[in-house]
Design a protein around this ligand. Structure first.
Ligand code: ADP
Ligand code: GLC
Length: 477
């Protein structure tokens, strides 16, 4: 049995802005199910919600500040959670990273720098809980200083750093290194320095004993200039200690047979009932309730990564077809405006909901026929897996985890029962439109469509095998 300290800036259902939370909420549970002794550490944000009791654990002094650590559990699990409680840094309303205008909180370097320091104190059991982990598993830039700081400690645990998204690196002016009081030993171009800036993510990439990405394809892609953001050389240098482990999904939370957020439960054997969820979507968004009109869905952050610009380019032609489109998301204000304008012009075809809505996300997965995910890059992506589990056929671009989890529909993949979606190559509106047209043709053949749905619904997206891969990695370190 390994003792694992899992360090993250978000975890569902405590706090979530995206897929990082889904993974950091469900992977620790999967590791606990494999009988590992795992604790999660996370900042105590104002918006953090838990149904479990919270108790005071201890108080420590770091950088002349008194910080409390509180203890709770992940709801419905044995995973212990340590909350780093420092109101001056974490008791802000709303989102953990940005204010209401979408601007980064001005003191993010200090906020996550302090979080990293506390994680190091916990990792070295300087919080005096008689619990010293064997492994410290860090996630994304917010935790990047942990492997760096731990590298200076004697008798330290082994470190794993998981990259969920290389596009976010935690870059701050070089002067921040002094503000954070970082040891001089870490401040050089082969350390935390990146073109005169302080790079949090480099702390993970340079100093972690092992680096993982959330899909095997993304592990290769970030070693190229296109997706390496200038860090491809470093990653190539470390490639012996770099590998991809595909994310799993929480099969309890995303289960069409029990999902409390959807109108009608269904399974592969009762696929006709899926229809009632589609009617509910059509009713809710005042779209004509017609079973035969293919309904496209999209849920996500409205940013360039997700190929929203490609969708905007396709929509003028899409509305000439017999189709409906339901989108839920928020992000880039310009994308939001353009999408809302189209919805206003074509209210019987397009419905745009700007915002964050967990229950609507489930209903869209259940009620849509086709899920759009034309990402320019996608480290893993979870919605294409949720879609497949709900018999909603994803259209994805062949990149990162999308390439690893969706099988294109071709004569041979239909014959060998693996066809589960529609995959296109080029990040262009032309290629996306072609894929959309291909989907429309396949949809018009109910027998073929049903085969694709049933293949998709049978796929194993559980954490089992991926959690075992993490465990094997921990054991090797
Ligand atoms: P990313 O982490 O890059 O945003 P993922 O596909 O890995 O993308 O995960 C996104 C997660 O966030 C999914 O669980 C998705 O349902 C959820 N999500 C994204 N936007 C919204 C929204 N507006 N409302 C509800 N859930 C959302
Ligand atoms: C990131 C990525 C997404 C991935 C998620 C969880 O937010 O953008 O592709 O699924 O992390 O690992």
């Amino acid at each position: 049995m390994k003792k694992i300290l899992f360090v993250t800036s978000e975890a569902h259902p405590l706090i979530k802005t995206g897929g990082l939370a889904d993974v950091c909420g469900s992977l620790p549970k999967a590791l606990a199910d494999l009988s590992q002794d795992i604790k999660l550490i996370i900042p105590n944000y104002q918006a953090l919600k838990t149904s479990e009791n919270v108790r005071f654990l201890c108080s420590i002094r770091v950088d002349n500040r008194n910080i409390n650590i509180l203890e709770t559990r992940m709801p419905d699990s044995h995973v212990i959670v340590w909350l780093v409680d420092y109101p001056a840094y974490y008791n802000y309303p709303g989102n953990p990273y940005v204010d209401e205008q979408g601007e980064s909180w001005p003191n993010n370097a200090e906020r996550f720098g302090l979080f990293c320091r506390i994680a190091v104190e916990a990792a070295m059991d300087r919080v005096h809980q008689d619990w010293k982990p064997d492994i410290v598993h860090c996630n994304d830039w917010q935790t990047g200083l942990v492997p760096a700081l731990l590298s200076l400690e004697h008798g330290r645990p082994s470190t794993v750093f998981t990259i969920h998204n290389m596009a976010y690196q935690g870059l701050f002016p070089g002067s921040t290194a002094a503000v954070l009081n970082l040891p001089g030993k870490l401040w050089h171009p082969a350390g935390l320095e990146f073109h005169d800036m302080l790079s949090f993510i480099k702390g993970g990439l340079v100093y972690a004993d092992y680096i993982t990405t959330v899909s095997p394809t993304y592990a290769l892609e970030i070693q190229t200039p296109e997706l390496g953001y200038g860090l491809e050389g470093l990653l190539d240098h470390r490639k012996e200690f770099l590998g991809g482990i595909i994310n799993g999904i929480d099969l309890d939370q995303w289960n069409p047979e029990t999902d409390p957020y959807i109108t009608q439960h269904f399974s592969a054997a009762t696929l006709n009932k899926k229809q009632l969820n589609k009617y509910e979507l059509q009713r809710r968004f005042s779209l004509p309730d017609n079973e035969r009109i293919p309904l496209f869905g999209l849920i996500g952050r409205l940013v360039e990564q997700k190929g929203i610009d490609l969708i905007l380019e396709c929509l003028p032609e899409m509305i000439t077809m017999d189709m409906q489109f339901v989108l839920l998301g928020s992000g880039d204000k310009d994308f939001e405006k353009q999408l809302q304008k189209l919805a206003h012009l074509y209210p019987d075809k397009i419905s745009i909901t700007i915002g964050y809505d967990e229950s609507l996300a489930h209903l869209i997965e259940a009620g849509a026929d086709i899920f759009l995910m034309p990402s320019r890059f996608e480290p893993c992506g979870l919605n294409q897996m949720y879609s497949q589990r709900y018999g909603t056929i994803p259209i994805v671009r062949k990149t990162g985890g999308l390439a690893d989890t969706v099988v294109d529909t071709l004569p041979e993949t239909l014959a060998n029962h693996t066809a589960s979606g529609i995959v296109f190559n080029e990040a262009s509106s032309g290629s996306l439109l072609e894929a959309i047209k291909r989907a429309m043709i396949l949809y018009s053949s109910p027998d073929t469509w049903k085969k694709m749905q049933s293949n998709a619904m049978k796929k194993d997206f559980s954490w089992q095998s991926s959690a075992e891969q993490y465990l094997a990695l921990y054991e090797n370190l």
